[in-house]
Write a protein that binds this ligand. Sequence first.
Ligand SMILES: [Zn+2]
Length: 322
Amino acid sequence: MIVTALGCLAAAARHAPAQAPVRAPNENGRIPILEYHLVGERESRWSRSRENFRRDMELLYQRGYRPITVAQLVDGDIDVPAGLSPVVFTFDDAPPSQFRYVEHNGRLEVDSTSAVGIWLAFNRLHPDWKNRATFCLLSGAADGHAFFGEKGIEGQKSAWRFPKLRFLVDQGFELCGHTLWHANLSRYDARMVQEQIARGVLAIDSAVSGYRVRTFALPLGLWPRDRSLAARGSWKDPRTGMEVKYSFDAVLEVAGPPVPSPASAAFNPFALSRIQVTGGEPGKTLDQLDRRNDRFVSRGPGRIIRTGTATKQHGGTSTNRP
Ligand SMILES: [Zn+2]
């Protein structure tokens, strides 16, 4: 059985949601997509400290942001309450520091010091901060970057890899492709590009049977020479003769500004830029959005439909859980 370590503690500390300032709706505003790699002891180019990661969520929460997945973004399924704004969290490379298990008396618990543990504790404190984030996975890279750890690296057993993916899906998180071992797709021919992407998708399907991978993150933000192969392609497994096809609804780049609203004609789901969270981010980006009055503010849950530059909204509940 899988339980989270901080359950009791967090339940005791639960309180009413903080009062975010009420803002006028602006469904033509921009939406920040944040990008994390390692979450660990200290801060570096590719690592966010645990404390700063928790503070990032606190900052966003207090400033009226609530998380959605990439799949929700491209569907225009922005289910945040009126007056609040969506933010997208993406986690790249599947290192153990994002999601570790610890074994206690034969039971697996989410390590409260891993990013998923910190996230779940925050969700318990603030139930309106839902479990919505997108994990862009490597299935076979070095140093434990293989579905969050293997072979004893950081205490992680290989047998825990598939259960971790199933746990994420059960919680409402999205799984995203990021190739087999982080290949620089600009350097390889079309066959190798498709093999790298398809094998990553195939590995996710092995863990969560029938899961439709809708989002792909370009390793290093680098495109293959034939850009269309980042979104669509196929590869024939020589061992089984089976053809593995992939067709994504979203492609993530690396560095850039917050993305336009899905209502805007400028919204391109196949080239979504992200903000790497280091140093003064995401605070700098949030300040800039407020200064320019260019922040997406919801008028209430419901689907946003692209209609040129204006927005139209359908009522009803959202159906596109990741
Ligand atoms: Zn990466």
